[in-house]
Design a protein around this ligand. Structure first.
Ligand code: OKS
Ligand code: MG
Ligand code: ZN
Length: 343
């Protein structure tokens, strides 16, 4: 399988993540992508390509123009306002308040976000752009006839809504890929999210759409991030009714249990008869992940890859979460190797 990787990911290098009342070193850090790339090379998974430039048009098919423009100048606007640290949202429109876009940068940061752990500094825009180009290059490879491709995206994307950042995500790479397939004449696309966290952005973007089936397996949002979306009674609305599937699990869920939901999801995908699959791949389901609570082991990722291959679909993998940097390379590449050997 070919991998798409951009060295520009390292332009995202914030020093802070608001966690537990402290500003800690971010979990979503540059070494994550470098470790996965090293494993791809070490295992000779396949060719490693740099992304092509696709411009902002395919990004704006998923994200609003005003949100994209906000991200482009956010850091400069923050600095121009004389703020001494990194840009962190700290105020939101609560119940009964007005959801209108203010001029002030603090107000705009709140308007375009849903959480405060995702700081912004210089280079975040360039890295998020490169990450979308990585995803779109992988999509182009698969549209061109490759059975599958690995988009080694960083920053990740699945939490980003049409006009909201959060959960370390800015552009929803998986959604951008799904929309690109649709725009190129693929009639139906499935997006399966196996990251530990609910893919709230992907769900929201396609919630009223019956051409893109969204599915996510994740930790119960009653207990973990993103807290306010991802419950099993969210099944889609309007045309999209019946085209969203959430499967939630409690703490300490092992692969033997998690894989039952995977089977349910795969059966739903097969019944949908999609023309392509986008696999939002987080490996924060790993037993030693520092911020998650599932109990998957490294060998489980091989089994996962094999099961995905048996869907028999053209597949783009987009990298999402996973924070045990020592294991993230083995775990992510195991999915690709399991897929390749069953494809
Ligand atoms: C807040 C924890 C924030 C978790 C963000 C989730 C990132 C992720 N202290 N999403 O898939 O991995
Ligand atoms: Mg998920
Ligand atoms: Zn995650």
């Amino acid at each position: 399988m070919k991998t798409v990787f951009s060295p520009l990911h390292s332009r995202r290098h914030v020093k802070t993540e608001l966690d537990g009342g402290l500003l800690i070193e971010p979990h979503e850090k540059p070494s994550r992508a470098e470790t996965i790339l090293a494993r791809v090379k070490d295992q000779a998974l396949g060719e490693v390509l740099e992304p092509e430039e696709f411009g902002l048009e395919p990004v704006r098919r998923v994200h609003t123009a005003d949100y994209v423009a906000f991200l482009e100048t956010c850091w400069q606007d923050w600095q121009a306002a004389g703020k001494p640290g990194e840009a962190i949202p700290a105020v939101w429109a609560g119940r009964g308040m007005r959801h209108r876009l203010p001029k002030d940068i603090d107000g705009r940061l709140g308007y375009y976000s849903f959480a405060a752990e995702t700081s912004i500094s210089d280079g975040t825009w360039e890295a998020a752009r490169a990450s979308a180009n990585v995803a779109l290059t992988a999509q182009k490879l698969v549209a061109g006839g490759e059975r599958a491709a690995f988009a080694l995206c960083r920053p990740p994307g699945h939490h980003a809504h049409a006009d909201l950042f959060g959960g370390y995500c800015f552009f929803n790479n998986a959604a951008i890929v799904a929309q690109a397939f649709r725009d190129q004449g693929y009639g139906r696309v499935a997006v399966l999210d196996v990251d530990f966290h609910h893919g709230n952005g992907t769900q929201a973007i396609f919630y009223q759409c019956s051409d893109v089936l969204t599915l996510s397996l994740h930790g119960d949002p009653d207990l973990v991030f993103p807290h306010f979306l991802g419950f099993e009674d969210e099944t889609g609305e309007g045309d999209g009714e019946g085209y969203n599937l959430n499967i939630v699990y409690p703490p300490n869920t092992p692969y033997s249990v998690w894989s039952q939901g995977l089977e349910t999801a795969c059966e739903r995908i097969a019944a949908f008869q999609p023309d392509a699959l986008v696999l939002a791949l987080g490996v924060d389901t790993f037993e030693d992940d520092p911020i998650s609570f599932f109990k998957l082991t490294s060998s489980d990722y091989l089994t996962l890859g094999e099961r995905l291959a048996r869907l028999g679909l053209p597949t783009v993998f987009t990298m999402e979460g996973g924070y045990d940097v020592d294991a993230i390379g083995v775990n992510a590449v195991n999915v690709m190797q399991g897929f390749d050997r069953a494809a």
